[in-house]
Design a protein around this ligand. Structure first.
Ligand code: FPP
Length: 252
C-alpha cells in the first residue's frame, strides 16, 4: 500500500520512498553576495530565507528529520564582524520562527559545541528547544559550532570513561554504541546529503553518520536554492537504488 501526499500539491511521491533524514551543507552565501555586489552578510540573510523555505517544505511533505549545517567549528575563524552577524541572524531567526515551529509541530534540536556560542544565543536556543520539546512532526537539527571529528572525539571519551568505570566491557563497543554516543544518538542516519554551490567536499560534517548516505551536489548557491529544486532532488533520490554494499535485489 502506498501513501501519496500529492494532495499537498508539493510532490507526487510515495511517503515510504521519502528519505527519513535529510542533511544539508548550506554553502555559497558569500559567493551569492559577491555576485550581486552585496556585503557577505546580505548573503547570509538571504540564506536564512532559504532555510525557512526548506524547513517549511520538509515539514509539509513529511520528512521526519532535517539537519542543517549552519555554523562549523572552523567558521569561528571568520572575521569577527561576520561571526557576530551570523550569531545575531541565528538568534533573530529562532525568535521569529519559534511560534511557527510550535504551530507546525516542529522540534528544535542543536548539535555541536553549544557551550561555545554567545550566552544570549544559548538562551534563545534553550527557550526555543523548551517551547518545541513536545513536538514530533519534524525534528530540525541545527548544527552549530559543529565539527564531526570533535563529535567523534567526545563520543570516544565518554565511552572510554564508561569502560574505565567498569560500566561497560571493551567488547560492548560496537558501531551502534558509537552512534548512540554521538550528538545524533538515537536518530536515523541521513539517507540523503545535499550540498549546494558545487564543492565536492564533506567539510567535517557527520562523517560517521553519512557512511551510506546518498550524496547530491548542486551548483546552485544556497540563497538561490528553491523549494522546486529541493523537490527535484527528493524525486531523484526516490529513483536511486540503495544497496548498502550489497548486490542488487534479486528479481529487480
Ligand atoms: C556558507 O556560506 C554558509 C554558512 C557559513 C552558514 C550558513 C548560514 C546560513 C544559511 C544563514 C543563517 C542560518 C540560519 C539557520 C538562520 P559561505 O559564507 O561559506 O559562502 P561562500 O563559500 O560562497 O563564501
Amino acid at each position: 500500500m502506498s501513501s501519496s501526499n500529492s494532495a499537498s500539491g508539493d510532490i507526487d511521491i510515495d511517503k515510504e520512498k521519502l528519505p527519513t533524514h535529510v542533511a544539508i551543507i548550506m554553502d555559497g552565501n558569500g559567493r551569492w553576495a559577491q555576485k550581486h555586489l552585496f556585503k557577505r552578510v546580505r548573503g547570509h540573510e538571504k540564506g536564512a530565507e532559504t532555510v525557512r523555505t526548506i524547513i517549511r517544505t520538509s515539514r509539509s511533505i513529511g520528512i521526519p528529520i532535517l539537519t542543517l549545517y549552519a555554523f562549523s567549528t572552523e567558521n569561528w575563524q571568520r572575521p569577527k564582524h561576520e561571526v557576530m552577524a551570523l550569531m545575531s541572524l541565528l538568534k533573530k531567526f529562532l525568535i521569529s520562527e519559534c511560534q511557527e515551529m510550535v504551530d507546525n509541530n516542529i522540534r528544535l534540536n542543536v548539535i555541536g559545541q553549544v557551550e561555545k556560542l554567545p550566552k544570549d544565543v544559548q538562551e534563545t536556543i534553550s527557550e526555543t528547544k523548551a517551547a518545541t520539546a513536545g513536538n514530533n512532526n519534524l525534528l530540525l537539527n541545527l548544527a552549530l559550532s559543529y565539527g564531526s571529528r570533535a563529535e567523534i572525539v567526545e563520543s570516544v571519551q565518554r565511552i572510554a570513561a564508561k569502560v574505565k568505570n567498569g560500566d561497560i566491557d571493551v567488547e560492548a563497543i560496537t558501531p551502534d554504541l558509537i552512534s548512540d554516543h554521538l550528538y545524533t544518538g538515537g536518530m536515523a542516519d541521513p539517507d540523503l546529503l545535499i550540498r549546494t554551490s558545487g564543492e565536492m567536499r564533506i567539510s567535517n560534517f557527520l562523517l560517521w553518520q553519512i557512511a551510506y548516505s546518498e550524496i547530491y551536489v548542486t551548483e546552485t548557491l544556497w540563497p538561490d536554492f528553491s523549494k522546486e529544486e529541493y523537490l527535484e532532488i527528493l524525486k531523484s533520490y526516490r529513483n536511486r537504488e540503495r544497496r548498502f554494499g550489497k548486490v542488487p535485489l534479486q528479481g529487480k
